[in-house]
Design a protein around this ligand. Structure first.
Ligand SMILES: Nc1ncnc2c1ncn2[C@@H]1O[C@H](COP(=O)(O)OP(=O)(O)OP(=O)(O)O)[C@@H](O)[C@H]1O
Length: 288
C-alpha cells in the first residue's frame, strides 16, 4: 500500500495520532539504456519560503552528518475503539548519497514510517530531524515547504498523469515546484535522458511499458533536485528485469544527482543493491 491511499488527500482509515502530539503539530512520486545519462543541469527551485532550507555539503558526503535522524519514533492509530501500535520505537539514520531499503512483511509498518520521514504524518512520540528541521514539531505548512523543495516521492503505481506525455509529466513537476519556465526544457531533457528514456520522451503512459512508466515517475520525482527520494515498493508491479532496470537507475541518480533514496520492498532479490537494509518486524527494526 502506498501514500496515495492515505496522504493528506487520501486518508485510508484514521490518520489523527492517538497519542500526545506537539502543540503545533499538523502533500504531499529502459529501453534507450542507462548509458544515455547526461551531465547535471542546474535547476533552482524558487518557491518563496520563510523556512530556511539547509543544504548538505555535497562534496563531503563521506564525513557528513546524516540528512535524516529518527529517534524513538512511535505511531499508533485508533481503530475500532482500540489502539493499534504500528511503530514501536524506531531509530534510524540516512546518510547522504545512499540507497537504503526498509524490508518487512506486509503490515509491519514500512509505509507508516516512510510517511513520517517524508513529513506526511507525525509520530506520537520521538523525534525526526530532516536536514536539521524538526518534522516532529512542525506544523503541516512548514513541513510542506521543506518537502516541496527537498523531497521527491515515487509510488508503486507510478502516479503519472495519463493524458500527458513523459515530457509533460516531468515538466508539470517543475511547474508545481515553482521552477522558472526558462529552466524547464534542459532539466526535463536531462532527467528523461538520465532514466534512459531519450527515445520515449513524447510517449504517453499507456504507450510505455511498466518499467518505462516507473522511469518517467523517477524523472518526475528528481526534476526539482530533491535531497531525499522516498519510494514505496517501486518495483512491486514490475517483472524482475524491469525491477532491475529501476534499481540501476536508482544507483545512477544517487551518483549523478547526489540524492539519498529510501525505499520499501518485499523483494529479497534486490536487497543486494542497497547500501543499508533495515529489517522491520512488527513495528521495530531487528538486526539480521
Ligand atoms: N491511517 C491509518 N489508520 C489506521 N491503521 C493504519 C493506518 N495506516 C496504517 N495502518 C495500519 O498500520 C499497519 C501497518 O501498515 P503499513 O502500511 O505501514 O505496513 P507496510 O509494512 O507498509 O505494509 P505493506 O507492505 O502491505 O504496504 C497495518 O495494520 C495498517 O492497517
Amino acid at each position: 500500500m502506498g501514500w496515495l491511499k492515505r496522504s493528506a488527500a487520501h486518508t485510508k482509515k484514521e490518520t489523527t495520532p492517538t497519542g500526545p502530539l506537539p502543540a503545533n503539530a499538523g502533500d504531499m512520486p529502459v529501453e534507450g539504456g542507462l548509458s544515455e545519462s547526461a551531465a547535471g543541469v542546474e535547476a533552482v527551485v524558487r518557491t518563496p519560503s520563510p523556512v530556511p532550507i539547509l543544504q548538505p555539503n555535497r562534496n563531503e558526503s563521506a564525513v557528513l552528518e546524516p540528512i535524516l535522524t529518527v529517534s524513538g519514533v512511535e505511531r499508533s492509530f485508533q481503530v475500532g475503539g482500540q489502539q493499534l501500535h504500528v511503530l514501536k520505537g524506531i531509530d534510524m539514520e540516512l546518510q547522504p548519497n545512499r540507497l537504503v531499503m526498509l524490508r518487512g512483511r506486509s503490515g509491519s509498518g514500512k509505509t507508516t514510517l516512510l510517511n513520517m520521514i517524508g513529513g506526511l504524518d507525525q509520530p506520537n512520540r520521538g523525534e525526526i530531524f530532516f536536514l536539521g528541521h524538526p518534522f516532529h514539531q512542525w506544523n503541516d505548512d512548514k513541513r510542506t515547504q521543506v518537502r516541496r523543495k527537498r523531497i521527491g516521492f515515487i509510488f508503486q503505481s507510478f502516479a503519472l498523469m495519463p493524458l500527458l506525455s513523459a515530457w509533460e509529466n516531468v515538466e508539470l513537476a517543475l511547474r508545481m515546484a515553482g521552477v522558472p519556465r526558462s529552466e524547464w526544457k534542459p532539466r526535463v531533457q536531462h532527467c528523461l535522458e538520465l532514466v534512459g528514456l531519450s527515445k520515449r520522451m513524447h510517449h504517453r503512459p499507456f504507450e510505455l511499458s511498466g518499467g518505462e512508466q516507473q522511469r518517467v515517475a523517477i524523472a518526475k520525482a528528481i526534476a526539482h533536485r530533491p535531497t531525499l527520494l522516498l519510494a514505496d515498493e517501486p518495483t512491486a508491479e514490475l517483472d524482475s528485469q524491469m525491477g532491475a532496470q529501476v534499481m540501476a537507475v536508482f544507483r545512477e541518480i544517487i551518483d549523478t544527482e547526489q540524492v539519498t533514496i529510501c525505499m520499501t520492498t518485499h523483494d529479497p532479490t534486490i536487497l543486494e543493491v542497497a547500501d543499508h537494509v533495515y529489517q522491520m518486524v512488527d513495528g521495530k527494526f531487528i538486526t539480521t
